[in-house]
Design a binder for this molecule. Structure first.
Ligand code: 5RP
Length: 224
């Protein structure tokens, strides 16, 4: 199977997972990226079963609206029942690296508001230790060089993602060569650097469930 077929299978599994649990007033949080896009396309098939969505990016909001699925401002909803999103890396504790699509800050906000965070990913994302994928860090533009120097002190090699502005008007530094053995501590340490908006480690609020698309079928993991 191709990587896209695995992504499609895990997206289908996510819709199958939430369908019997949805109620007429349910709000679904929707992530960003190619796997999330497959999820949006399948979600359209059941759009009559829930109230609407909150999107983690302008791109996902546009795709949802194109399907006729309501998209709400996060401030106008009381809560989010499920958050469904992809990942760049995931470990067996369901701690993640996210932000390959530069949407990490809104993704982290929506995840924080959600009762249940279901991660959907193909098996190439499953790793024993996070950090092979360069860690995205969203930074206030004027703090870029300062934050980069601070990230070097933490052992990383930050690279400015040229030509990318986030939905929040900020820039991204991708930090190479981090071996993330203590994800929660590093998430906190990077977030404490002045000028950082947030970083792509999702360990303080990991996923609750992983639907991993593999050549042997979609495997389900709960946080250990
Ligand atoms: C976007 C993300 C995505 O979830 C992550 O990059 C995975 O993307 P894809 O599903 O295209 O592999 O964090 O900011």
């Amino acid at each position: 199977m191709t990587q896209d077929e695995l992504k499609r299978a895990t997206a289908r599994a996510a819709v199958d997972y939430i369908t019997p649990k949805l109620e007429a007033d349910s709000i679904v949080g929707v992530g960003t990226g190619s796997t999330a896009n497959f999820f949006i396309d399948y979600l359209a098939e059941i759009k009559g079963l829930f109230d609407g969505t909150v999107a983690s990016s302008e791109a996902s909001a546009e795709r949802l609206k194109a399907h006729g699925i309501p998209v709400y401002d996060l401030n106008s909803v009381d809560g989010i029942q499920f958050y469904i999103d992809g990942a760049d890396e995931a470990n067996p504790a369901l701690q993640l690296i996210k932000g390959g699509g530069a949407a990490l800050t809104r993704e982290k906000i929506v995840a924080a508001c959600s009762d249940e965070f279901v991660c959907i990913a193909d098996e190439s994302k499953w790793v024993p230790i996070l950090g092979e994928f360069p860690l995205p860090v969203e930074v206030i533009p004027m703090a870029r060089s300062f934050v980069a120097r601070e990230l070097v002190k933490l052992g990383g090699d930050p690279v400015y993602r040229q030509g990318v502005t986030t939905d929040n008007g900020n820039v991204i530094l991708d930090v190479h060569n981090l071996k993330i053995t203590e994800p929660r501590a590093l998430e906190e340490a990077i977030n404490n650097i002045t000028g950082v908006v947030t970083n792509g480690i999702f360990a303080l609020r990991p996923a609750d469930l992983m639907l991993l698309g593999t050549t042997a079928g979609v495997k389900t993991f709960s946080a250990q």
